[in-house]
Design a protein around this ligand. Structure first.
Ligand code: SAM
Length: 164
């Protein structure tokens, strides 16, 4: 150990009379919001349960830093959007979506209420202008944070040969 590191460790040690707060464990994953989604849905009641390809136009505003990552996406008719359902509660293990007392486990549902409220949708790509991607087929609230965009896995032809 270097002398500097040894000195640092001595400074970090707890001295008599000092108290510390027990910190929560660090999160397993750090996500970065890469943009925002604009939809006509201003409340959860207005959102469809699942979007459809004849649904209203929605615009995905990719943050300027990430705009270069859109290159090539315009070639796909269908793309996958991943988003963070930011208004969802995250503590439900069993849910009764119809409110009739019939419950199912959270992982047996596509409910927005889940420990990690990630939503996904396969949407129809209408166009890309700069950092704005216009699509049909979303079901999320106006202002929902964007996590990722990917080409539809069915439409994607891998450049590398398939693995044995
Ligand atoms: N298509 C996604 C999926 O399957 O992963 C989400 C489906 S989820 C059933 C869609 C519902 O989530 C909407 O009808 C609305 O009630 C709710 N929702 C939409 N945006 C939300 C947001 N930002 N925060 C919390 N709930 C949201």
């Amino acid at each position: 150990m270097t002398r500097d590191r040894a000195t640092d460790q001595r400074h970090d040690a707890i001295r008599q009379g000092e108290t510390v707060l027990e910190l929560l464990p660090p999160p397993d994953a750090g996500l970065v919001f890469i943009g925002r989604i604009e939809t006509p849905f201003k409340s959860r009641r207005e959102c469809p349960r699942q979007g459809t390809h004849d649904g209203p136009l929605c615009t995905i505003h990719v943050a300027a830093d990430y705009a270069p990552a859109l290159a090539g996406l315009e070639a796909f008719e269908t793309i996958e959007v991943l988003y963070w359902l930011h208004e969802a509660r995250r503590d439900l293990l069993a849910q009764s979506p119809k409110g009739d007392g019939e419950t199912k486990g959270t992982f047996a549902l596509r409910s927005p209420l889940r420990p990690n409220p990630i939503g996904t949708a396969l949407v129809r790509l209408v166009g890309i202008a700069g950092s704005v991607v216009t699509v049909r087929g979303l079901d999320c609230l106006d202002g929902t944070p964007l996590l990722d965009l990917k080409p539809d896995r069915c439409a994607y032809t891998p450049l590398a040969p398939p693995k044995a």
